[in-house]
Design a protein around this ligand. Structure first.
Ligand SMILES: Cc1ncc(COP(=O)(O)O)c(C=O)c1O
Length: 387
């Protein structure tokens, strides 16, 4: 029996065929170090890297492709951004809806670099109030760092409104778009996002190990790493110009090729069409789960302002046990536990029961997958009720 994969919030699987084919093809024919030498193959490889920069800059409505820098994933570029923007005496505002990719770098900076950090809680429906962020702004507030959409409960935060406030108050907005890049449109200009960090292996349909960030032309991030760029090697100091300022060593060319193919696939399909498909299935899933006695859903009352991520628990059963039964008895892959976002579970009260069960719907899921997931949960809830 084929696996029913409902863990797309962790990583999308499978990828479009085009991603696999182009990675394989390009790496076989162009597996050389781009931008380091003058031979034709090297130039062509560099062209693909540049073309992908331009593709992604355009995808996020950025104006300067050189400000689109590649890293391993969003954790990597969030670290580059936060460590490069914040220093002793600075204040940062974040929220309790964050992934550890923001919480832990900020904790590190608070512990080792005297950066003060405030965490704004989300409301009962799972949204952060921009006015609450504004209230916390102090004269030394340098950065607001927020998750665009929660990887736990799927709520999309009002980033455009937060961005408007940040711009007016002279504070930089860093956005973790791990869950939204490739799922819903992102416009760094209209949303006043100063630094947008994304990962390639989720909804952008690329492979693991490639991600990046778009840094608006008015933002300067201090480099906290240094190394080879293939350009002006005589210079001892790391280069200040973008993209080299934020890139270090040999890039992930097969990853960039896969990301290139993934984004082109998204553009051909259309984000709106993919989102409509995923949200139709998510509606079906939420309605089906809600009809089962003994199921608690979290922040799923209204799917407006949501991505295709659903969190629930079977009353009286550990989330991990529910996940194991879904896997062993129903061949359904999902993610249980705290989802690297401990403060969300602390606020929901689910940390004490070891988190929740998360279904993440992707473009390749079908109605049959959703029906199987609902039937699987119904079985588990009935079993639990009898126990
Ligand atoms: C909201 C959010 N932020 C950050 C990350 C980290 O992504 P990556 O592991 O690709 O760096 C994830 C991945 O689960 C996420 O969902």
């Amino acid at each position: 029996m084929d696996i029913i994969y409902l863990d797309n919030a962790a990583t999308s699987f499978p990828k479009p065929e085009e991603t696999y084919v182009f990675m394989d093809q390009f790496y076989r024919t162009h597996g050389v170090n781009p931008g380091r030498s003058g031979f034709d193959l090297c130039m062509e490889t560099g062209q693909l890297v540049d073309e992908t920069r331009a593709l992604l800059a355009r995808f996020f409505n950025g104006t300067d492709p050189n400000r689109l820098v590649f890293g391993y994933n969003s954790t990597d570029t969030l670290n580059l951004a936060l460590f490069g923007l914040l220093g002793p005496g600075d204040h940062a505002i974040t929220t309790t809806i964050e992934h550890n990719a923001i919480l832990r770098p900020l904790h590190h900076l608070a512990t080792h670099s005297s950066v003060a950090v405030d965490h704004v809680p989300f409301d009962g429906r799972g949204f952060v109030d921009p006015a609450e962020i504004e209230r916390r702004i102090r004269p030394n507030t340098k950065v607001v760092a927020v998750n665009h959409a929660s990887n736990v409960i799927g709520t999309v935060q009002p980033v455009g409104e937060i961005g408007r406030i940040c711009r007016e108050r002279g504070v930089l907005l860093v956005v973790d778009a791990s869950q939204t890049a490739g799922k819903i449109p992102i416009d760094v200009q209209a949303m006043h996002i100063d630094v947008l960090c994304f990962t390639g292996h989720k909804s952008l349909m690329g492979p693991m190990g490639i991600g990046g960030m778009y840094v608006q032309p008015h933002v300067e991030i201090r480099h906290t790493r240094a190394g080879g760029t293939g350009v002006r090697s005589i210079q001892r100091a790391h280069l200040d110009e973008y993209p080299w300022r934020m890139e270090y060593g040999t890039p992930n060319v097969p990853g960039i090729a896969g990301l290139n193919a993934g984004v082109k696939w998204l553009e051909r399909r259309g984000l709106g069409q993919i989102e409509a498909h995923e949200m139709r299935l998510t509606r079906m899933l939420v309605d089906g789960l809600r009809a089962i006695p003994g199921i608690t859903l979290y922040c799923q009352d209204d799917l407006a302002g949501h991505i295709a991520v659903v969190l629930f628990n079977v009353d009286g059963l550990e989330a991990g046990d529910a996940g194991t039964i879904l896997d062993m008895d129903h061949n359904i892959a999902c993610r249980t536990g705290l989802h690297c976002a401990p403060m969300v579970h602390e606020q929901l009260g689910t940390a004490a029961i070891h988190g929740g069960v998360r279904f993440g719907v992707g473009p390749f899921n079908t109605e049959a997958h959703i029906e199987a997931a609902i039937a699987g949960v119904r079985d588990i809830a009935a079993m639990r009720a009898k126990a």
